[in-house]
Design a protein around this ligand. Structure first.
Ligand code: NAI
Ligand code: MG
Length: 351
């Protein structure tokens, strides 16, 4: 029996409501495949920030370091500025553990109606590969002349050859394994230093992966095309900011942001990788047991895959697909009236 020690960080709002669903699914699928899990839970959250002045303890990363993976719900609470919750927990984990690939699959499931007529089940199955530790989300910059009319803010985007190359190589490799094509998100017409550099590196890595057909699109046009013709895309590789925006957009095209999962991967496995739904803490629906748990459950499936259990992972994604295709169990974001608990129970029944 294989055994994994998982760090659980439920976080805030619906994060704490959807993470138990993921854990129940892990238990069920683990029992079938001979995979055992033990868990350590952490109360790191905005609630902790309000109580103790920090999202996580100073030695937070050290507490996580020896775990096999991290499963996170979501963080964010009205009253705590979003940059505090993000930079106090998520971003330090992503950066400190060199989780430089953020992988976000998007799929239109049979039985889930997309708001877009053109997005049909079986045709739309793409994955956004987002650079996760540098780019536009850099710590370089500052504020000057605070409070005066000439007050100013500067934030530098940072693109390194090593950082861009490793995420591109992952994306090209993924496209090769999927037998698919790759699209690079750029804006090298308007942003004249970093994105022409990005384009050069894409061409370089493209030449090193001759088996993959690739092209590039400016981010504005790409956003429109993802809405109008999502089936055209397979692997979309993007910088930190562009990938963040595109993956929410693509998730909405697939029916709801509540179903979208994400993996933050340290490919070298020097550190634990982190798995979390794309959505946030959704304070508007928190505490009512109506959140869609699919993003969290699918993230757990990505974790199984990363831990070397692709069959178990497939069982989970098949069960998600089966609930949508064969039942009318839906949470309110997908037009139904099922609670988080009811949806999870139905999924466990079909698993
Ligand atoms: P959000 O993703 O929390 O919510 C956006 C909209 O989608 C809301 O109407 C919400 O009800 C709905 N929604 C999201 N997930 C859902 C689910 N599983 N089931 C049903 N409906 C769902 O994004 P928002 O409102 O911009 O941010 C709320 C808080 O979450 C903020 O504090 C933000 O900073 C934080 N946040 C945290 C993230 C994380 O922890 N990874 C990611 C994004 C936002
Ligand atoms: Mg986002």
């Amino acid at each position: 029996m294989t055994h994994h020690h998982i760090a659980l960080i439920p976080g805030d709002g619906i994060g704490a409501e959807v993470l138990p669903s993921a854990r129940q699914v892990l238990e069920a699928v683990g029992a079938r495949h001979g995979i055992g899990f033990s868990y350590t839970s952490y109360d790191w959250s905005c609630e902790r920030y309000v109580r103790e002045g920090a999202m996580m303890p100073v030695d937070g990363l050290d507490q996580l370091r020896d775990k096999d993976a991290i499963l996170l719900g979501a963080v964010g609470h009205p009253g705590v500025p979003d940059h505090v919750s993000l930079w106090g927990l998520l971003i330090p984990i992503r950066r400190g553990f060199r989780q430089y690939v953020n992988l976000r699959p998007v799929r239109v499931f049979e039985g889930v109606e997309s708001p877009m007529r053109g997005a049909v089940a079986g045709e739309v199955e793409l994955v956004v590969v987002r650079e996760n530790v540098e780019g536009e989300y850099s710590e370089i910059g500052g504020r000057l002349n605070r409070g005066f009319p000439e007050e100013m803010a500067v934030q530098e985007a940072v693109f390194t050859r090593a950082g861009v190359t490793r995420v591109l190589d992952y994306a090209f490799g993924l496209a090769a394994r999927r037998g698919g094509r790759l699209t690079s998100a750029t804006k090298s017409n308007g942003i004249v230093h970093t994105l022409p550099f990005w384009d050069e590196l894409v061409a370089e890595r493209g030449a090193a992966h001759p088996e993959v057909a690739w092209d590039q699109e400016h981010i504005d046009a790409l956003a429109a095309k993802l809405v109008l013709a999502p089936a055209r895309f397979d692997v979309v590789v993007a910088s930190n900011l562009f990938g963040d925006i595109l993956s929410d957009l693509a998730a909405a095209v697939a029916g709801s942001i509540g179903i979208a999962p994400a993996a933050n991967l340290n490919l070298e496995r020097d550190f634990p990788s982190m798995f979390e739904p794309v959505h946030g803490s959704a304070p508007d629906i928190a505490g009512r047991n109506v959140a869609n748990p699919v993003g969290s459950i699918w993230s757990a499936a990505m974790m199984l895959d990363h831990l070397g259990h692709p069959e178990a992972a497939r069982d989970v994604t098949d069960a998600i697909a089966a609930v949508f295709a064969t039942t009318d169990e839906r949470t309110p974001d997908l037009g139904g009236s099922a609670t988080t608990t009811e949806f999870t129970e139905k999924l466990l029944e079909l698993l």
